[in-house]
Ligand binder design. Structure first.
Ligand code: G6P
Length: 489
């Protein structure tokens, strides 16, 4: 791993993402309690050697008063985090509106919003304006903290306008941008009214990264077809300036999961779960309650499986953890009631006085609880309609020591590219196929399970989140060096 900073000094990295990896709760006028959420990105960056990383992002709370803002800034500084304060109106237009109602569904092939189609032109424009304003606010905070030699790594679809704002502030800044969602076919991207402006802003970055080669290819095609630029094997070229475009598949901190399995709390919970579901095979789904996750389709496939396989009815249980998310967006509210309705119907239909086939939870689990659940699972169902990568599939594999459970995985999740040989790949829209795969998975021979698991486990434990972050940062440093060399020649 090459360092970009001066000799002996750690490379300073500013990580900019919409959301900081903390949950902040206000305890008083000037006091906050913070909890760091140890997600993939956090452990990835903690694991990168010789890098001194700071986070810049929104703390997820509205803090209208200066006293509160100052106190939160102080508390966050201890966690190496720097807040961007967004007021309610901008959160509504930028986060709920442009990010989650327009870009998110579009990038997952669900199209632009269908309702009030005629009215959208106006609201679309105001949401896009808010998006740009919000991105500028992130850029302002970055520029206040930027020091020469820093590398700035922008994350995700919330911040596609940021590379341009940063380069306008300082053209020498090393800027990388990574997309955590799919980048769709250029035919989908071209339906977006602000398609060109967004592409151009992203191209201001020195390095642009995606989870898979396909997403990178779609992005390059969008630049060639929509902007008329030249795509090269290295990336996209515009008037002699090359923006490197490449695939950097993310992973997990697999050691953290392995360590958790040895923890007494996890062992205790595993014992409890085994007792609770004795005599039944455990199937598991863990998803944010999002339309891209295909939860209704998954549950309908499970219903079809129960319908067609009466002998399995009292021998299997589906545990579906559906973590509430973006609850202010109407589409997500509708999805919650839809899922509840289907689960209720199936439990009414196949339940008995002592057992129900589906346990559906509208909440998240703590880390140890989740590890224990992964460990006792016989079949995991990851059936997203589209998904950038999907790390639940990786986490499940990491927690399956001796058990060698089966992973049923959507071919539309980025993870299908890496775990495809070990998992049972399915088209989540094809409920008959998913139902048949459930049956196949439950009845799979232990030899086949072992072979498949070995493949997945080797991948998950050797392609970690730390490797991902190191490769991206190292490549970002190189890109800038190359660019400087070119100008010197
Ligand atoms: C996806 C996005 C992330 C986002 C996460 C949770 O994984 O790629 O950028 O943080 O969903 O969504 P939320 O809207 O709650 O931040």
């Amino acid at each position: 791993f090459r360092m970009g900073g001066s000799r002996g000094m750690k490379q300073r990295l500013l990580v900019v993402a919409n959301r900081l990896p903390v949950s902040a709760v206000r305890r008083g006028e000037d006091s906050w309690s913070l909890e760091i959420s140890a997600g993939g990105l956090v452990s990835a960056l903690l694991g990168v050697k010789d890098v001194d990383a700071k986070w810049i992002g929104w703390a997820g709370v509205n803090v209208p008063d200066e006293v509160g803002q100052r106190a939160l800034t102080r508390a966050l500084a201890e966690k190496r985090c720097i807040p961007v304060f967004l007021d309610e109106e901008i959160v509504h237009q930028y986060y709920n509106g442009y990010c989650n109602n327009i870009l998110w569904p579009l990038f997952h092939y669900l199209g632009l919003p269908q309702e009030d189609r005629l009215a959208t032109t106006r609201s679309f424009q105001s949401q896009f304006d808010a998006y740009k304003r919000a991105n500028q606010m992130f850029a302002d905070v970055v520029s206040q903290h930027y020091q020469e030699g820093d590398v700035v790594w922008c994350h995700d679809y919330h911040l596609m306008f940021l590379p341009k704002c940063l380069k306008e502030y300082n053209s020498k800044m090393k800027v990388g941008w990574f997309l955590h969602t799919p980048f769709p076919s250029s035919e989908i991207h071209r339906t977006l009214p602000s398609r060109s402006e967004l592409l151009r802003s992203v191209l201001a970055a020195d390095l642009v990264g995606f989870h898979t080669y396909d997403y990178a290819r779609h992005f390059v095609s969008a630049c060639t077809r929509i902007l008329g630029l030249e795509g090269t094997p290295e990336g996209v070229e515009d008037q002699g300036k090359l923006t490197r475009v490449a695939a950097f598949p993310i992973g997990i901190d697999s050691e953290r999961f392995k360590r958790a399995l040895d923890h007494p709390t996890v062992k205790e919970r595993i014992k409890e779960l085994k007792q609770r579901f004795e005599g039944r095979k455990v199937m598991l789904g863990v998803d944010r309650l999002d339309m891209i996750k295909g939860i209704p389709q998954k549950i309908l496939a499970f219903e079809k499986f129960l319908e067609e396989n009466p002998l399995w009815r009292d021998k299997v249980v589906l545990l579906q953890i559906a973590v509430p998310t973006r609850t202010d967006v109407p589409e997500y509210q509708k999805l919650t009631s839809q899922v509840h309705e289907i689960v209720g119907r199936i439990n009414g239909r196949f339940g008995t006085l002592t057992a129900v086939p589906i346990h559906h939870l509208d909440r998240s689990l703590d880390f140890y609880g989740l590890c224990a659940l992964y460990a006792v699972t016989d079949v995991a169902l990851v059936t997203s309609l589209r998904d950038g990568m999907n790390l639940v599939s990786y986490e499940f594999v990491a927690c399956q020591g001796e058990k060698k459970g089966v992973l049923i995985l959507s071919e539309f999740a980025g993870a299908a590219q890496s775990l495809g040989a070990g998992a049972l790949l399915v088209n989540p829209w094809n409920i008959t196929e998913v139902a048949a795969s459930i049956c196949y998975a439950l009845e799979m021979s232990s030899d086949e399970r072992e072979k498949r698991h070995r493949h997945n486990y080797a991948h998950v434990t050797t392609h970690t989140a730390q490797d991902w972050a190191e490769t991206f940062v190292s490549e970002l440093n190189d890109t800038v060096v190359e660019a400087q060399l070119r100008t010197r020649q």
